[in-house]
Design a protein around this ligand. Sequence first.
Ligand code: ZN
Length: 304
Amino acid sequence: MDIRRFQPDNPTIAAIRKVYGPDAQLVSNGPHAFDWKIRKGQQLGNVDFSSVFKALHGPRFVAATFGAAREDWYAIDFDSGRNEILPVMIVANELFGDIARVRTAAYHFRSNILLAQAWYQRQMGRTFSVIGETMTIHSRSTGDQWNAWAHQTSLPNPVPPPPIPNRDVLLREQEGTLHRAFGRRIDTPGTILCVGVFTGKGLSASGFGAANNGIGGHFSGQTPLITEFRAQDYPETHQLNIAAAYSIGHELGHAFGLPHPDTRPDPKDPQSGYSIMGNPTNFFGKAILLNVEKSELMRSPFIR
Ligand SMILES: [Zn+2]
């Protein structure tokens, strides 16, 4: 993916004047990413970084933060993906101001994706690549709202069913948040977004369940817990550690094109019950990739 760090240098200033007029000045009045302002005469206004980056780098670029600090702005081109996983962390409204906590959660989220990456490597001698930093997205919703949506994914649907099934609510909210942030749907063939939410509610807030975008999407949704779980606090073989790798590995498996084993035509692999794409009887340490899954993954450009 083409990612370019924001610099308040001469070409950027020129782009800002193209967008905001020849007398516009870029100023920062604090350490946070949102502390950048445009000053015109006595007026201070917010910076529309996407417009600035389009003027600077071209129309395919949009603005994103990788963190929440002043220097964490980047111009990115989603359409130049090189078959990599991009960790994307949606941050609850009340937490985005806390630069240090956002940074820490982004680190833990990416570390947990790396658990799943190592799991695939052990299973089939190949795995996926993960982009080096976690993209962060400010959400207008609170941590409590996000946790409620995550909790809904584990509830059965009432009768008559709601317009959006309980288990899809979290995913719809995540997709809507990305759509609003970038002004476009994220359906690019060269990038899979692995999306989690930082709600700041700790490990008790929701389980390790997760949501997915059907088969072969460009988006894999994870529950909030995954941004706060700290694998290094537990032995490598601890059940929580294994569950984290399992849940991310399962959802990414869908994004790579794998179905649940019980939807495959007969004859079924006798090992089906142990597939990471099934639910290995709540004992995730037994999870494996079936031979049919390995050969399908070998055809995915994301597995190298
Ligand atoms: Zn599934």
